[in-house]
Ligand binder design. Structure first.
Ligand code: UD1
Ligand code: MG
Length: 448
């Protein structure tokens, strides 16, 4: 394959999104819109990848840097050709071809881009436009052909005559140019309704300069669905959800109501796990085999071991072992680790804590900044008082200890192994192993 570089156009103002954030920063299946296109081109391994943005976007900086992607800014939004022009200087000594894509076509597949490149190498045209046929071409640039086969020009919706508007063959916004791109860019004029410099006009300008232009028709038009407004964003979201759910079903995951779950593109779920209606699985989630996830449950950035069961709960940034039972109505967060056979029951919150195997926090408790050994029973209403208003402090509870109901641990505190703490105690001092502690006011019964 000949040498080529990629330019991703993402500096448009995205007016139709009616949003204060840039269009490419809206999320699709948990991933920024722009990343979908970027990930598709990274797999092509081009000489360079340049992204044209209209301003610095700090959430993107590190991601693009790691992938060795160059950011170029287009300060004024004078059109897609003007956006390409901003990278002219970067490519001044570069002799290779240029693949140009819009950052708002997230469904594009690497294999399709490869076909476009291969096609361009065969036809040796100065530009090969990836085109497709859609039932509703509204908003897209139309492919105008001569003698039904030669690409003549691309006409934008706003500039099209009513006859041209009937054409269903549209421009995908993806083009493969040879090095003539840089020569003709400055010849593109802004004599259109929007007064913008359109990259689509490169087709007619190249022709006027005696160069070959070509197009490749893509069968799967869904791949080049552009996102310009929230309706299109939600349509593509549904396409991605549908695709993800199909992948999981094919891998042996049961999803009881496929229209009533949300599952991020990167979720990994083992076979025989059953996902019930109302579940929201956000990014970076790994769920093992034979699990049950039920009720209005939210899971993000967490791992769940095999045969675990989660019911009506909120889980974020947690590592959960096998055979764990969570919920209903539990809140597990911030680097919590639950080992195998742990049980967290209703209205219990576990934050930044490690709970070893077979231990139980069954009802109405708050466990924060704690380390709890194995085979511990935490009674209902137990609170680790971890915050003194300035700092957080740790609670350590040894294996096989039994904590009665309604106990307060005033952290920092250390409880040994096999300790029995009486219900209603407020523990302010460390307790050695194998002891019984009662720390509550003595009941008095007086005559009336
Ligand atoms: C564009 C094409 C249209 C095609 C459609 C496919 C043009 C003129 N038209 O229309 O033929 O059918 O995509 O989805 O290109 N951009 C900049 N700077 C600018 C203007 C735009 O970087 O000053 C970027 C946008 O961020 C976007 C791309 O260029 O990624 C295309 O712009 P957009 O406004 O989305 O054009 P469409 O109307 O979708
Ligand atoms: Mg667009």
């Amino acid at each position: 394959m000949s040498n080529f570089s990629v330019i991703v156009l993402a500096a448009g103002s995205g007016t139709r999104m009616k949003s204060s954030s840039p269009k490419v920063m809206h999320k699709l299946s948990g991933k920024f819109l722009l990343m979908w296109t970027i990930d598709a081109v990274v797999s092509l391994n081009p000489d360079n990848i340049v992204v044209v943005l209209n301003r610095e976007i700090k959430e993107l900086r590190e991601y693009l840097f790691k992938k060795n992607i160059k950011i170029i800014y287009q300060k004024r939004q004078l059109g897609s050709a003007h956006a390409v022009m901003q990278s002219k200087n970067f490519f001044k000594n570069y002799k290779g071809n240029i693949l140009i894509l819009s950052g708002d076509v997230p469904l594009i597949q690497t294999s399709t881009l490869l076909s476009l490149i291969k096609n361009a190498e065969t036809t040796r045209a100065s530009v090969t436009v990836l085109a497709t046929r859609v039932e509703n071409p509204f908003g897209y640039g139309r492919i105008i052909k001569k003698n039904d086969s030669i690409l003549e020009k691309i006409v934008e919706e706003n500039d099209a005559t009513s006859a041209e508007k009937q054409i269903k063959e549209i421009n995908s916004g993806i083009y493969f140019f040879d090095n003539n791109l840089w020569k003709i860019l400055s010849k593109i004029k802004s004599n259109n309704v929007k007064r913008e410099y359109y990259i689509t006009d490169a087709v007619s300008v190249l022709r006027e300069n005696g160069m070959n232009v070509s197009f490749l028709m893509l069968k799967n038009s869904y791949e080049v669905k552009g996102i310009n407004n929230r309706t299109e964003l939600s349509q593509v979201e549904s396409i991605l959800q549908h695709k993800k759910i199909k992948e999981l079903l094919n891998n042996g995951v049961s999803i009881i109501d496929t229209s009533n779950v949300y599952i991020s593109y990167d979720a990994k779920i083992g076979c025989d796990t059953v996902i019930y209606p109302g579940v929201f699985i956000d990014t970076c989630v790994l769920i093992g085999k034979n699990c049950i996830v039920r009720g209005a449950t939210y899971i993000s950035n967490s791992q769940i071991g095999n045969s675990s069961s989660i019911l009506y709960s909120y889980i974020k940034d947690a590592t959960i072992g096998k055979n764990v039972v969570i919920g209903p109505f539990s809140h597990i967060r911030q680097n919590t680790i639950l080992k195998e056979n742990v049980k967290i029951g209703n209205f219990s919150e576990i934050k930044k804590s490690l709970i070893a195997k077979n231990s139980k926090v069954s009802h109405l408790s708050y466990i924060g900044d704690a380390k709890i050994g194995k085979d511990v029973n935490i009674g209902a209403g137990t609170i680790t008082c971890n915050y003194d208003g300035k700092k957080k402090h740790k609670t350590l509870i040894g294996a096989k200890s039994f904590v009665g109901s309604n106990v307060n641990f005033i952290a920092p505190i250390k409880i040994g192994q096999d300790v029995l703490i009486a219900a209603g105690s407020t523990i302010t001092h460390n307790v050695p192993s194998h002891k019984i502690v009662i720390a509550r006011a003595k009941q008095e019964i007086k005559n009336k």
